[in-house]
Design a protein around this ligand. Structure first.
Ligand SMILES: Cc1cc2nc3c(=O)[nH]c(=O)nc-3n(C[C@H](O)[C@H](O)[C@H](O)COP(=O)(O)O)c2cc1C
Length: 191
C-alpha cells in the first residue's frame, strides 16, 4: 500500500473533525505510506479554543509549516495521491478556487488539481453566500470532491466524537480508505 496523503487543517469551526480524522488515520496505519499534515495558524487557534488542548502536537505524522513551499507536496513530482482539507474555511476555499497559491495548503491543492489527483474539501460554513457557492462550484468543476461537514444522526451517535465520525468516515471512504463505519441498514449500538 503506497498511499501518500496530505491532511490540511484550516481555521474553520470543527476542530473535532480534524481530531477524529487524525485518530482514524492512525487506526488504519496499514493503508497508507505517508501522511503529511499542514495546519494554518487559525487552525491551531480554533483547535485550542474548541478542544481546549494543543493535542495536534502529539500525532506521529510529519507536520509542515503553513508557508513551507519546500514540503514535498508543494510539487506534483512528489506524487501525493490524495489531499483532504478538514475542516475547510471559506478563506482557503476562495484561495483554491482562484488559484492563489499563497500558502502551502492552497499551493498543494493547486498541485493536486492540476495533476488530476483527489482533492476532498470538508466545508462547515452555514449559510452559504453566493461567493461561497461560486467558489464551491469552481473547485467542483476543477475536479474536487465537496463533502460538507453535515453529520448524520441515524446511527444514534452517543457523543460529539461519534457524531463527527459520521462525517469523517464518509471522507475516508471517498479517499478510498476502509474504516468500517456505520452503514445504513445496520443495527445501531443503541437498539
Ligand atoms: C473560533 C473560530 C471559528 C471560525 N469558524 C469559521 C468557519 O466555520 N468557517 C470559516 O470559513 N472561517 C471560520 N473562522 C475564521 C477563519 O479562521 C479565518 O477566516 C481564517 O483567516 C481562515 O484562514 P485559514 O483558511 O488559513 O485557516 C473561524 C475563526 C475562529 C476564531
Amino acid at each position: 500500500m503506497s498511499r501518500k496523503i496530505i491532511v490540511s487543517i484550516t481555521g474553520a469551526s470543527g476542530a473535532i473533525y480534524a481530531k477524529v480524522l487524525l485518530d482514524k488515520l492512525l487506526t488504519i496505519r496499514d493503508q497508507w505510506e505517508t501522511v503529511g499534515v499542514v495546519m494554518s495558524d487559525n487552525a491551531k487557534d480554533v483547535w485550542q479554543y474548541e478542544l481546549k488542548n494543543d493535542g495536534y502536537r502529539l500525532y506521529p505524522f510529519t507536520f509542515y509549516e503553513r508557508n513551507d513551499f519546500y514540503a514535498p507536496f508543494a510539487s506534483g513530482s512528489a506524487k501525493f495521491d490524495t489531499m483532504i482539507i478538514c475542516p475547510c474555511s471559506m478563506g482557503t476555499l476562495a484561495r483554491i478556487a482562484q488559484g492563489i497559491s499563497s500558502d502551502l495548503t492552497s499551493r498543494a491543492a493547486d498541485v493536486i488539481l492540476k495533476e488530476k489527483r483527489k482533492l476532498i474539501l470538508v466545508p462547515r460554513e452555514t449559510p452559504l453566500s453566493l461567493i461561497h457557492l461560486r467558489n464551491l462550484q469552481a473547485v467542483a468543476e476543477a475536479g474536487a470532491i465537496i463533502c460538507p461537514a453535515s453529520p448524520s444522526f441515524y446511527s444514534l451517535p452517543p457523543d460529539f466524537e461519534a457524531l463527527a465520525a459520521t462525517v469523517v468516515d464518509r471522507v475516508l471512504g471517498l479517499a478510498g480508505l476502509e474504516v468500517g463505519g456505520y452503514e445504513w441498514g445496520e443495527p445501531t449500538s443503541h437498539g
